[in-house]
Design a protein around this ligand. Structure first.
Ligand code: IMP
Length: 209
């Protein structure tokens, strides 16, 4: 039987302010107060896993052990069928670290071009299907854990289109649609995204009505 979060505080194992805000807003209706790993001064563990599940668990467990509280972590990325699931857990790493106007960032256009170049090498008739994955892991200091896996199937288009979203959004067209994740509104994306899918599963099990 999966352990459930009571009401109270939950450490969000991310140092990304955007993710903390998004996750905090999603969990607020359930009486959960979200604290960030960054504000607690928790160290960021190395993501040494080879699957999204392993990396999400590494982050959630590290935060739970260091804080003594339940912790939630996510790991996400893009898997391209014709590239045997790559970039997968290395999705962020495929975008080189760069400085943009004095702030650290990553070069997503280079990363999208790299994926496209590898697909192009395989010929015009290649299968362009891909999926975004999101795994949410909750870990408790006593060693219990829960895993929720979300995905959004679609295909890759080229050249990139759209100005909204982030990361690989401009080349990802969700199944059944014609516009990329970067051409639709955040609300439209959140209704069908891999993250929404994983959160729906978490809410269904952790906060049943
Ligand atoms: P992480 O989950 O923070 O390790 O990041 C995984 C990487 O996957 C991100 O840096 C993005 O490049 C990519 N990614 C995950 N979700 C999305 C999405 O919704 N749109 C575009 N890219 C995404």
């Amino acid at each position: 039987m999966t352990r459930r979060l009571g009401s109270g505080s939950l450490v969000i194992a991310t140092h990304n302010a955007g993710k903390l805000k998004e996750i905090g807003a999603l969990l607020a209706p359930f009486g959960i107060n979200c604290l960030s790993a960054g504000s607690l001064g928790l160290p960021e563990p190395d993501e040494t896993g080879t699957t999204f599940v392993q990396n999400a668990l590494i982050k959630a467990r590290a935060a739970a052990e260091a804080s003594g509280m339940a912790a939630l972590a996510d790991d996400s990325g893009l898997s391209v069928a014709a590239l045997d699931g790559r970039p997968g857990v290395y999705t962020a790493d495929w975008a080189e670290r760069q400085w943009f106007e004095g702030a650290p960032g990553r070069d997503w256009y280079m990363a999208m071009g790299k994926v496209e170049g590898m697909l192009a090498e395989k010929g015009e008739a290649i299968d362009r299907s891909a999926a975004f994955h999101c795994v949410l892991a909750i870990a408790w200091p006593e060693g219990d854990y829960a895993i929720y896996e979300g995905r959004c199937d679609g295909s890759l288009t080229w050249p990139p289109r759209g100005k909204m979203g982030f990361g690989y959004d401009p080349v990802f067209v969700p199944a059944g649609g014609t516009m990329t994740f970067a051409e639709i509104t955040p609300e439209e994306k959140h209704a069908i995204s891999h993250r929404a899918d994983a959160f729906a599963k978490l809410v269904a099990e952790q906060f049943p009505r």
